[in-house]
Design a protein around this ligand. Structure first.
Ligand code: DLL
Length: 434
């Protein structure tokens, strides 16, 4: 076993040691924001708080939130706490509207990031003798380079495949026989299809573990990926504003929730409407404060991701429940809150349907209409119109029962819905903008 295959000492820390480390790092973050980032200092001043007001971890609640708009307002580099000579990397996430959010890293930040990614891959069951096929996009997106440097830090052999060129992915995986694969769950599914189109069995290539994240996905999708590749698919969470991937990792031995690397990110759960801090176990919006970030010391960043904080498993660090979606991706259809991942979970339970779907929301008159397009499995095509109508009615009924929203389901032939090469696009919202 190589030195990199051992857990980081902090992973074995008790609660007191962890909380003490968090408090000292939290103070450092807030001081750094105060001293080096004028827009952040202005926010603290406007809220009437000073770094000295942070005496205990509970005092964090007195400090103002940071939101995506703060990053946009400071576009591109206004939130950097160090001069450009100390910045060695810049990433950006495109977002759907407006300016991208820009994230800067010092050498120290990159070092910490690689360490957290190595820790994540190791906690998922990877090690220095593994080959990791990295199908996250390389570029401004943090997924590709984040996994790349983490796997190298661990001592694994990285294949920097990036996203897209799916036939080449199949060839590389068949020939190089990687044991780990990192990809968005929707793209991993696209790769599974490409294997089958070439008459190859993805179960035969020897992949052990998939590290899937960057988008919401369901347990049904996990079952599908695990069955098709014969591997264990584990959830990985992160966001560019906090660094990129490497914030929380689902462990092989404790599936269902993801261990949050609390030595680098201090979590809170808030009520998204009032901003009030909620106790552990309650569902709400995840708010993260960077502990130890040099280039961008973000305080109480509102992720918009909805989850719960759960007790740790084997570590003092708490876990987060699978993120079911972002509050700003949540569709409100005739008053019902709907996440695409909830519909995915329902569709996945119907064996005749494939995990390719798309939601379309319209407002033909005054009321919202939800249409769900979903593919059948190639071996379960409805024999005729009557059978298709029955399947559509049944799927709509299941969605009504489990998600609480009425919709029209249209079952379409295999291959109709656009395949993902990264983050899947699940929703077309055609409602007029108010
Ligand atoms: O998606 C970083 C990443 C790369 C994470 C690779 C995991 C693997 P962004 O592009 O900034 O960064 O998007 C961040 O994606 O706020 C969530 O809404 C969503 N997201 C990320 N991971 C998960 C996950 C990367 N495991 C945004 N489950 C986040 C659900 C996820 N949603």
């Amino acid at each position: 076993m190589g030195a990199t295959d051992r857990p980081d000492p902090i992973e074995a820390a008790g609660l007191d040691e962890l909380r003490a480390l968090q408090l000292s790092r939290l103070r450092a973050t807030i001081w750094r924001a105060w001293e080096c980032v004028p827009p952040m200092r202005a926010k603290l001043e406007a809220a009437g708080v000073h770094p000295d007001d942070l005496r205990t971890l509970d005092d964090l609640g007195k400090f103002p939130f940071t939101a995506k708009d703060d990053l946009r307002d400071a576009y591109p580099f206004g939130l950097f706490a160090v001069p450009m000579e100390d910045i060695v990397r810049i990433h950006a996430s495109s977002g759907t509207t407006g300016k991208p959010t820009v994230v800067g890293y010092t050498r120290g930040d990159l070092d910490a990031w690689a360490g957290l990614m190595a820790r994540s891959i190791r906690a998922a069951g990877g090690g220095s003798s593994d080959i990791l096929h990295n199908a996250y996009g390389y570029g401004l997106f943090t997924g590709g380079l984040g996994f790349h440097y983490g796997a190298e830090r661990l001592g694994a052999a990285v294949v920097p495949a990036s996203g897209g060129f799916t036939e080449r992915q199949v060839r590389l995986i068949s020939d190089f026989r990687p044991t780990l694969i990192a990809a968005t769950p929707s793209y991993l599914l696209t790769i599974a299809d490409a294997f089958e189109q070439e008459g190859l069995d993805p179960r035969g290539v020897g992949l052990r573990i998939a590290l899937c994240g960057a988008e919401p996905w369901s347990e049904g999708m996990r079952d599908e990926l695990e069955a098709r590749f014969g591997l264990m698919a584990l959830n990985h969470y992160g966001l560019s504003e906090m660094m990129g991937p490497g914030v929380a990792q689902e462990l092989a031995e404790a599936r269902g929730a993801l261990t949050l690397w609390e030595d680098h990110f201090f979590p809170e759960i808030i009520d998204p409407d009032t901003g009030a801090v909620l106790p552990d176990g309650k569902e709400g919006e995840l708010v993260l404060t960077a502990l130890g970030r040099e280039a961008m010391p973000l305080v109480r960043y509102r992720t918009r991701d909805l989850t719960r904080l759960l007790p740790g498993e084997g570590r003092a660090m708490r876990r987060i429940e699978r993120v079911k979606g972002r509050s700003d991706d949540m569709l409100i259809i005739r008053g019902v809150n709907v996440f695409p991942s909830q519909i995915e979970a329902v569709l996945a339970a119907e064996p005749r349907l494939a995990p390719y779907y798309m939601l379309e929301v319209t407002r033909p008159y005054r009321l919202d209409e939800l249409a769900v397009m979903v593919e059948t499995r190639p071996d379960a095509r409805p024999a005729g119109e009557a059978e298709r109508n029955a399947l559509e009615a049944e799927a709509a009924h299941l969605i009504k029962v489990h998600v609480g929203v009425g919709c029209a389901v249209r079952v379409v032939p295999p291959g109709t819905i656009e395949r993902s090469e990264g983050k899947a696009r699940r929703v077309i919202d055609r409602r007029p903008k108010e």
